[in-house]
Design a binder for this molecule. Structure first.
Ligand SMILES: Nc1ncnc2c1ncn2[C@@H]1O[C@H](COP(=O)(O)OP(=O)(O)OP(=O)(O)O)[C@@H](O)[C@H]1O
Ligand SMILES: [Mg+2]
Length: 312
């Protein structure tokens, strides 16, 4: 049985300016023990899908099952199996870190939880902040508390909505080691992140949403294989001609272009020279998940079949 089953989930938000289709008939399953990535640009519907899973928002259509339990009809059972780290920092400013975790334990009816709370504090680098008031924590530390809070009742399914936003490099590594350990021990993980190198390293399977629609669903390794083989990377001293800019991933002076073959590479470099630009530090590398993501997001859905999705 799937750990999480999204079945034709739709969500419409009504606003003064009309309705917004935040999710459009989204269906996929996450199997027990998977480390699953849910990716998509800002506003794609990731948090909306997680809110529906958590029972915090109601789908307009379809349903969601957690270990076979409907998140609406069997709310308490389904919710207990989930440990959710929300994207938004929400906390009660009147309690300290340890109290916050005790209260959360109590909420799930877990007693004598101090040993596990200590382990969470230790693993999330919060041990020396245990008695600090929530108000006194930095943004990254508050996020660590949110992670600890989500795990306090040892949920079999861990849902992380951008857990590393605003978190320093060291904690990102500690956090991933910890979550990877929980995953090895059998926990299912659902992760959303904009750090695609994290998703590439951690997730065995990935779904991508675009404007509320599922546009990719596959094993991470297969997505990387499906992407255009190589990427041409170089530096330029000016603005790229528009026909190249449209296909390129540009970070300041660094330009990266999907390049299936040598001919393509020659054409790109010729076009740049014709535009009167100087090219430096030319390099060719294999496509990574960020290239896949950009290719998926720029694909024209009207062209029919979607090569990024495998039927399950
Ligand atoms: N409570 C709400 N009322 C109205 N519209 C909403 C509400 N929550 C989300 N939306 C809209 O639904 C769409 C999807 O939002 P959502 O938060 O799910 O995106 P996301 O994929 O999580 O984006 P991000 O990467 O920025 O977190 C957006 O257009 C957003 O403006
Ligand atoms: Mg979000």
């Amino acid at each position: 049985m799937a750990a999480i089953s999204f079945q034709s989930v739709s969500k419409r938000y009504a606003s003064a300016r009309g309705t917004l289709q935040a999710l459009d008939n989204v269906s996929f399953d996450i199997e027990p023990g998977e480390f699953f990535g849910l990716l998509g640009p800002n506003g794609a519907g990731k948090t909306t899908l997680i809110s529906i899973l958590a029972g915090l928002a109601k789908a307009t259509g379809g349903r969601v099952l957690v270990d076979g339990h409907d998140v609406l009809a069997d709310y308490a059972i389904a919710r207990r199996r989930l440990g959710i780290v929300p994207q938004e920092l929400v906390f009660d400013p009147f309690f300290n870190v340890r109290e916050t975790l005790r209260i959360q334990s109590g909420y799930f009816g877990v007693k004598n939880n101090e040993a596990w709370i200590d382990e969470l504090l230790e693993n999330l680098g919060l041990a020396d902040k245990a008695t600090a008031n929530m108000r006194q924590l930095s943004g990254g530390m508050k996020r660590r508390v949110l992670v600890a809070q989500a795990l306090v009742h040892r949920p079999p399914i861990i849902v992380l909505d951008e857990p590393t936003a605003g978190v320093d490099v060291e904690l990102r590594q500690t956090l991933w080691q910890f979550v990877a350990r929980l995953n090895r021990e059998g926990h299912t993980v659902l992760l959303t992140t904009h750090y695609l190198e994290e998703a590439e390293a951690l997730c065995n399977r990935i779904a991508m949403l675009k404007k509320g629609q599922l546009v990719a669903l596959n094993r991470t390794s297969d997505l990387l294989r499906l992407a255009t083989g190589n990427v041409l990377r170089f530096k330029v001293d000016g603005e790229l001609p528009p026909e190249l800019a449209a296909q390129a991933r540009i970070t300041g002076r660094i330009v990266q272009l999907p390049a299936p073959g040598a001919l393509q590479i020659e054409q790109y470099l010729a076009a740049v020279r014709t535009a009167g630009l100087t090219v430096e530090d030319v390099e060719i590398r294999k496509a990574d998940l960020e290239d896949v993501f950009l290719q998926v997001m720029s694909a024209d859905e009207s062209s029919g079949g979607n090569r990024w999705q495998v039927p399950v």
